[in-house]
Design a binder for this molecule. Structure first.
Ligand code: ADP
Length: 302
């Protein structure tokens, strides 16, 4: 079943010369974990804010379970748990109150909402924050609360804007584990924006890559990888004031001072390693394609 059917979606912000979303056509299927990848400013938040009816659509249409979201806004409201990047709306509530009221507003009885609140505090390992006002949480704690609030009342669809931002590695793992678990156990459809491509690869079933407002690739990572599969990733570590010289047909992606990534065809490997003066390189590593390479390949093409 198609959860979201997006047709030719265009969004222009006032005063902008380029649209933030250009003619996006995309279907999201029930029960999948769909990742939206793209550079800053690529139009990811704009897309999902239109999908949850928080931003008007300039042209095109979005159907949610077959209903135009503009004509049936309540459907989205009741069935989509949205986690924005930032939000101040919960500031006056304690963590426990935020979870209880959200679950109750999404249709649970007071008794069930109390149980839901306990279950979510356990799931997100934030039991000790139950009585803390949400305005006094750290950035990472607030993100976990926003995640818990998005899924309070078990909506069938979750829409998450960068769920692992600001989190330490242990909590990042908790997020990916919990998302996989609710997807498998409850069949929840999860749509998420992430920059955490390496971790996301373990959870995401399909991916859409946005570049300058356009959807430039959609598919299963394994299918998309076939297009860049023949590419290997060479990581070079060197002293920043002494960069290595590459063969003329290769370009590098600077990751940090003294750290480049080079995408190579298999048949370029020997030539490249022979060409490089390895005395000028502190270390090098060669990898096959990952979701991150797909992202770099599609999101950053000229
Ligand atoms: P992403 O989520 O991929 O970082 P956004 O959807 O936030 O990208 O932004 C897409 C483009 O739209 C950017 O060029 C951004 O500057 C612009 N934009 C976003 N929000 C607004 C706004 N409220 N007014 C004007 N331009 C905006």
């Amino acid at each position: 079943m198609i959860v979201y059917d997006i047709q030719n979606l265009v969004k222009f912000y006032p005063g902008q010369t380029q649209p933030a979303n250009k003619n996006i056509t995309l279907q999201i299927y029930e029960g999948e974990i769909f990742g939206i990848l793209g550079d800053n400013g690529a139009g990811k938040s704009t897309l999902i804010r239109q999908m949850v009816n928080l931003l008007s659509i300039d042209s095109g249409a979005i159907a949610f379970f077959g209903h135009n979201i503009i004509k049936a806004p309540h459907l989205v409201q009741m069935n989509v748990g949205y986690m924005p990047q930032e939000s101040g709306a919960l500031n006056n509530l304690t963590v426990g109150e935020a979870l209880f009221f959200t679950a109750h507003l999404r249709g649970m009885s007071r008794n069930d909402a109390r149980k839901e609140c306990d279950a979510l505090l356990d799931l997100w390992q934030i039991q000790e924050l139950r009585h803390k006002p949400s305005s006094r949480l750290s950035g990472g704690q607030r993100r976990l609360l926003r995640l818990a609030v998005a899924m309070a009342g078990s909506p069938p669809v979750l829409m998450l804007d960068e769920p692992t931002n600001d989190l330490d590695p242990q909590r990042r793992k908790l997020v990916w584990d919990n998302l996989r678990c609710i997807n498998q156990e409850q069949g929840t459809t999860i749509i998420l924006i992430t920059h955490d491509a390496i971790e996301a690869e373990k959870a995401i079933q399909r991916v859409g890559i946005l570049r300058s407002g356009e959807l430039v690739a959609v598919g299963r990572p394994s299918e998309l990888k076939q297009q860049v599969d023949r590419m290997l990733r060479l990581e070079l570590f060197f002293s920043p004031e002494n960069p290595p010289t590459l063969p003329p047909d290769l370009t590098f992606i600077p990751l940090q001072p003294g750290h480049w990534r080079v995408l190579l065809e298999w048949n370029q490997v020997t030539l490249t390693l022979n060409f490089l003066n390895l005395d000028m390189v502190d270390d090098f590593r060669l990898y096959s394609a990952t979701l991150e390479d797909l992202y770099l390949h599609y999101a950053q093409q000229a």
